[in-house]
Design a protein around this ligand. Structure first.
Ligand SMILES: [Zn+2]
Length: 243
C-alpha cells in the first residue's frame, strides 16, 4: 500500500487550479467496500445500545465498521457475501424496533437512498386445501407486497400454514387479519403472521404514529366488517316480522 501511495505521489504534481482532474489515476482512490445503509424505525437516541449490539445480532466478529450519519447508519462489510447475507437474511430488529436496510455505493448522498422496504416471510393461515397453490398464494402475497418466493415444501405437502417471502413497504399498514373474496361465494378470513417483524401497532398497523397518535384504522375496519352480516340479519328479521 505504501508503495502504491509513493508511486502516485511521484506521478501527481501540486496543482495550481481549483479543479483537479485525476484522469484514469483517480480510480485508484475508490476503496473496495460493500456498504449498506440502515435506519431504525424509532429515533436513534432511544436505542443507544444498538451500535454495540448489532454485530452480535449479525454474528459478525470482524470485518464490519459502522458509522453514524444523522438518523442513519452506514455499514461497511469486508465482503460481498457478508453484505448479501445481511441484506437478505433479515428482517433485523433490535429490542422491539425494526432496522430497515438498503444497498449503498458509498459515494452518493445517503438521503438519496430510499429506506422503506423490508423483506420477510409471511405465514398465511386459513386457506382451504384447494387454495393451497401458487396462484392463490401469489394473489394473497401481491396484495401485501412484492412476492419473492414461496415455501415450496409447505406447498408440496399442502400444509395448513403456507409461507410467502415478501418485500413490503414499511409505511403501509400491516394487516394481520384480512378477508379475501376469491369468488362471490368463497370469502376467506386469512391470518397473516409476519415472521420476526416487531414493533408495529396492532390497532392501526403502522410502525410509527404521527403527532395525532393512533387512528385505530384496523380496529374500525374489523368492526365495520363484523357489523355487516349482523346488519343484514337484522334487516332480514325486521322484514320477516313485518310479513
Ligand atoms: Zn396505532
Amino acid at each position: 500500500m505504501t508503495e502504491a501511495i509513493d508511486h502516485l505521489a511521484a506521478v501527481l504534481t501540486p496543482s495550481d487550479s481549483t479543479v483537479v482532474s485525476l484522469g484514469a489515476a483517480g480510480a485508484a482512490a475508490f476503496q473496495e467496500g460493500y456498504f449498506l445503509l440502515g435506519r431504525l424505525l424509532a429515533p436513534k437516541a432511544k436505542l443507544p445500545g444498538f451500535k454495540g449490539t448489532i454485530p452480535t445480532i449479525w454474528h459478525i466478529r470482524s470485518g464490519l465498521t459502522i458509522q453514524d450519519t444523522g438518523e442513519l447508519f452506514v455499514f461497511q462489510f469486508e465482503s460481498a457475501s457478508m453484505r448479501t447475507r445481511i441484506m437478505h437474511g433479515g428482517p433485523w430488529f433490535y429490542r422491539n424496533t425494526m432496522l430497515v436496510v438498503g444497498e449503498y455505493d458509498g459515494l452518493g448522498p445517503v438521503e438519496s437512498v430510499p429506506l422503506n422496504l423490508m423483506e420477510a416471510w409471511v405465514f398465511v393461515k386459513g386457506l382451504p386445501i384447494a387454495l393451497r397453490n401458487k396462484v392463490a398464494l401469489s394473489m394473497v402475497g401481491s396484495s401485501i407486497g412484492h412476492v419473492v418466493r414461496f415455501d415450496l415444501n409447505a406447498l408440496k405437502s399442502k400444509e395448513e400454514e403456507q409461507r410467502i417471502k415478501i418485500v413490503f413497504y414499511v409505511r403501509r399498514r400491516i394487516r394481520t387479519w384480512m378477508i379475501f373474496e376469491f369468488s362471490s361465494v368463497v370469502k376467506l378470513e386469512l391470518v397473516l403472521i409476519y415472521e420476526k417483524v416487531k414493533g408495529f401497532c396492532p390497532e392501526c398497523g403502522l410502525f410509527l404514529h404521527d403527532a395525532l397518535g393512533c387512528d385505530k384504522t384496523l380496529v374500525k375496519e374489523k368492526e365495520a366488517i363484523k357489523a355487516k352480516p349482523l346488519a343484514a340479519a337484522m334487516a332480514g328479521l325486521s322484514l320477516s316480522s313485518e310479513a
